[in-house]
Design a protein around this ligand. Structure first.
Ligand SMILES: *Cc1c(COP(=O)(O)O)cnc(C)c1O
Length: 405
């Protein structure tokens, strides 16, 4: 049973989107409408995320990377500033800092969760030259670090928090962190999301920034749209802007700052909105699959274990990594990935620590991150996406067991 051959139609990738006919109709409807971009679907999509997170403002944008870039810009991060980023993350978290002309200071992470906790944050602060203005906790795999402690240290050090919640749409605080959605801006100035197809909901490409701060929201809307004047800002060139009766000229546009075209189109937002209706079902299924994995691997205790979970956070399980002690099993990671692939099981490594990437060699002047490097050596992400069945998990674990023992 366990070794039933799998092919391209029942191959289990490590993650994938779930698009239904109603998602397709939602997109087709926009294509037949008057607006392909910046139409009604953008604000409907933004409102849907706003409700889910319970925040004042959500700004949809073209990607998670754009979200991070704009959030840093809204804090005024630029040359001469430094931002702390955990080394175990997607490279875009660090790149966004460099896009602002600021310096990246990498932090180590917990060896069993991959999360930057307070000691790692504190060590990075101490290593800095005192110019740290922000820190970006990454809610790796869909859970968060202890955000209350991170906020306490950040406040003490006069450092602002932007959370990279690209993995964490649908995650919730519990126990000591109370209630609320992860990314609800009770601990951070802004939280950033991605809707790349492999994330919790799919937009094709897309992202969003959440905040409770009116000023940040105004700046964010300007940055995603060429630096354009926003409602609430003063008009500078009054001569050009107003007619003799003091009415604004119908053609008038004013640009107040350097901006980008990071807008999300109506086409993408229609898909995102349709997917938002399924968010809780998606997350529920992800949690059920993760539970099934945890039950199944309990038997191969010793050399395979699940990541440590923060009991104050109910994860959205964007990824399901297992930590495998490759020193004690009979094959290395590459060989295991090849064999699993032959049996129809896709896996991936999240992530190669960013401080080891050639582009960041200047930032890595002899960094010795035991947590990040050990987590990287052990971790392998296994298939997890809502369309999977619980029996698929059994199939994966049975094969993993037979390959390793
Ligand atoms: C996906 C991802 C991003 C970037 O999002 P895009 O939408 O692909 O630009 C940033 N950080 C993390 C942790 C991610 O997983």
């Amino acid at each position: 049973m366990a070794k039933s051959p799998r092919n391209s139609t029942n191959f289990l990738p490590y993650g994938r989107q779930w698009i239904d006919e109603d998602d397709i109709s939602a997109v087709a409807e926009v294509l037949r409408s008057d607006f392909l971009t910046t139409g009604p679907k953008v604000s409907e999509f933004e409102n849907s995320i706003k409700e889910t997170l319970g925040v004042e403002h959500v700004i949809a944008c073209s990607s998670g990377t754009a979200a991070l870039h704009c959030a840093l810009l809204a804090l005024g991060i630029g040359e001469g500033d430094a931002v702390i980023v955990p080394s175990v993350t997607f490279v875009a978290t660090a790149n966004a800092v460099r896009m602002c002309g600021a310096e990246v200071i990498f932090a180590d992470v917990d060896v069993n969760s991959g999360l930057m906790e307070v000691p790692h944050f504190n060590e990075a602060l101490k290593r800095s030259k005192g110019n740290v203005r922000a820190v970006i906790p990454v809610h790796l795999t869909g859970q968060c670090a202890n955000m209350a402690e991170i906020k306490e240290l950040a406040d003490k050090a006069n450092v602002k928090i932007i959370s990279d919640a690209c993995h964490a749409l649908g995650a919730e605080y519990q126990n000591q962190l109370g209630s609320g959605a992860v990314g609800d801006c009770q601990f951070e100035e802004m939280s950033c999301f991605s809707f790349h197809p492999v994330k919790t909901i799919a937009m094709g490409e897309g992202g969003a920034i959440a905040t409770n701060n009116d000023e940040y929201a105004r700046l964010l809307r300007s940055f995603i749209s060429h630096g354009a004047w926003q409602q609430g800002e003063e008009i500078v060139n009054e001569d050009l802007a107003f007619d003799s009766e003091g009415k604004i000229n119908p053609w008038y546009h004013e640009f107040h700052r350097l901006g980008w075209n990071y807008r999300a189109s109506d086409i993408h937002c229609a898909l995102g909105l349709s997917q938002m209706n399924k968010l809780s079902a998606f997350v529920e299924k992800r949690r059920a699959l993760a539970d099934r994995y945890k039950e199944n691997i309990a038997e191969i205790d010793g050399f395979v274990k699940a990541i440590d979970e923060n009991k104050n956070c109910l994860s959205a399980w964007h990824l399901f990594p297992l930590l495998i002690n490759f020193d004690e099993v009979k094959m290395d990671k590459a060989m295991l990935m090849h064999h699993l692939k032959d049996r129809g099981v896709g896996t991936q490594v999240h992530y190669i620590p960013v401080h080891l990437q050639p582009f960041y060699k200047d930032e890595n002047q002899g960094l010795d991150f035991f947590g990040a490097e050990t987590y990287y050596k052990k971790t392998l992400s296994f298939p997890l996406y809502p369309h999977m069945e619980l029996e698929d998990v059994d199939y994966v674990v049975t094969n993993l067991k037979s390959l390793l023992s």
